[in-house]
Write a new protein. Structure first.
Length: 486
């Protein structure tokens, strides 16, 4: 430790809060808990920057309120837009410290959707904008995806990815659903032993796969318990500081956590633009770079938390990173069962991983990030033991490499105004009817004869039932504007 660069960034504080309270109250509690976890509450009076990923809330600058409450009213504030990878936020904090622009950076996120559902109303205490806003790429989703109505809720796009993956693996529909349910049942078993899980109730594969009153179908093949659960009251915070600041504050070295790899991509490729919807070449790029830097394949890392908003995210990442497709890459139980607070789950999962690493300092732990619809990857490897040599991590934005590795197709600027033949690349079905269990609407990503990609929907219930029972991938359809017919 004495030989480490004084400006080396170290993660020293892991904090969380889950009481029913407003967003800023939760965030403040999590930041205070992170400083207490570091064994150095005095760090809260020396915060140089506080970075907050945007949640579902519309507060002006919650970071400023938190900084003032904990004793650092002059801290710079950074609000990170939705679409900025959570790993990019962490990497920004690491870079601030490594460059000497900050000695202590707090990264904090919060959601209070359960509290709001029960009648709570957030009060905005700020009338000034944040000191800085970290923005996402302008082409985060394609205009035709918006026009066709397949962007929100995002379960539709992940279901499109899931069905494309099943087709690529030549899985019959029943086998596809069995594999998904088995994976999620394994995640649920982990959540059952996580004392902080929001939904730890045991659910076997049959419970997860079978639609019912408490597990309504969302977007074929997904039901409610396949989906990230964001109606939670959860906040998380990280305290990152320089080795020099950590020593000055008296943080015991056994609390220190070191990034070995911290990679992200700041550029996005939209779902419809990816030739192979079911693949994620940009994550493969990050995985290879990480493995090369570590000198070992990522599948050898015993501790891992792969981002788990939907099963497709996990299944695609397992294949992209060379992980065991029959494995269970979670320590929390995943976003369906541990809780999936919008846009800051990575902070929560890093808290769990960090605690495990402190107990097993010889281990390295993998943490991944998904932004958008498998649009922008993030990947980190942490340890309680510093990297060999002088402790430098592989810290990089690999946007150029990720974009270069992704095979793309042109996407329509304007959907075809006249009826045009097309071939379905992937599909999903959403539900309605009196009880919400009837297939009613089908969405497709389709290839036009000139190789251009489009997206369209069909409101015909018979088409939706056919899609659920027989599938549509490879089928010829007719597209006009953003609608299609068989």
């Amino acid at each position: 430790m004495p030989s480490l660069d004084p400006r080396l960034p170290v993660l020293v504080g892991l904090g969380a809060a889950d009481n029913a309270a407003p967003v800023v109250d939760l965030m403040t509690d999590a930041v205070s808990a992170a400083a207490a976890d570091a064994g150095a509450p005095g760090l809260l009076r020396h915060i140089d920057c506080i970075a907050v990923p945007q949640g579902t809330w519309s507060l002006t600058d919650p970071g400023r309120t938190v900084a003032r409450r904990v004793g650092s009213p002059d801290a710079r504030t950074l609000l990170c837009e939705v679409g900025v990878s959570q790993q990019e936020v962490i990497n920004h904090a690491l870079a601030l410290v490594a460059s000497g622009r900050a000695g202590t950076v707090v990264v904090a996120g919060s959601e209070a959707r359960a509290w709001a559902r029960d009648g709570g109303v957030d009060t905005d205490e700020e009338d000034r904008p944040p000191g800085e806003v970290l923005t996402r790429p302008p082409d985060f989703v394609a205009p035709v995806e918006i026009a066709a109505g397949i962007v929100w809720p995002p379960v539709q796009q992940y279901a499109l990815i899931e069905n494309a993956l099943a087709a690529a693996l030549h899985l019959p529909s029943e086998r596809q659903r069995e594999e998904i349910a088995a994976l999620w049942a394994r995640f649920n078993a982990v959540a059952a032993h996580n004392p902080d899980a929001a939904f730890p109730q045991r659910r076997d594969a049959s419970d997860i796969a079978t639609p019912g009153p408490h597990n309504r179908p969302l977007s074929f093949p997904y039901n409610r318990w396949h989906s990230s659960q964001w109606t939670v009251d959860q906040a998380s915070a990280l305290v990152i500081c320089s080795a020099e600041r950590a020593r000055e504050a008296g943080v015991p070295t056994e609390r220190w956590l070191f990034p070995h790899v911290a990679l992200h991509s700041s550029e996005a490729v939209t779902l419809t633009a990816r030739r192979h919807v079911e693949e994620w070449p940009a994550m493969e790029v990050l995985g290879r770079a990480a493995a090369d830097h570590l000198g070992r394949p990522l599948r050898e890392l015993r501790l891992s938390e792969v981002y788990s908003c939907f099963p497709a995210a996990v299944r695609v990442q397992q294949r992209a990173l060379g992980l065991d497709p029959d494995g269970t890459p979670t320590l929390t139980g995943g976003m369906a069962f541990a809780g999936g607070p919008f846009n800051h789950f990575v902070l929560q999962s890093l808290g769990v991983l960090g605690t495990r690493l402190r107990a097993e300092p010889a281990e390295q732990g993998l943490l991944t990030t998904v932004s958008g619809m498998l649009s922008k990857p993030g990947l980190a490897v942490w340890s309680a033991t510093p990297p060999a040599g002088h402790g430098e991590a592989l810290l990089a934005d690999m946007a150029a490499e990720g974009m270069a590795a992704t095979e793309v197709v042109p996407v329509v600027d304007v959907p075809p105004p006249a009826t045009t033949p097309a071939t379905v690349a992937s599909f999903t079905v959403t539900y309605g009817g009196d009880l919400g269990f009837d297939p009613v609407r089908t969405a497709v990503v389709a290839n036009l004869p000139d190789g251009v990609r489009t997206a369209a929907t069909c409101e015909d219930a018979e088409t939706a039932r056919l899609a659920v029972t027989e599938g549509l991938i490879g089928r010829a359809v007719s597209v006009k504007d953003t609608t299609f017919s068989l």
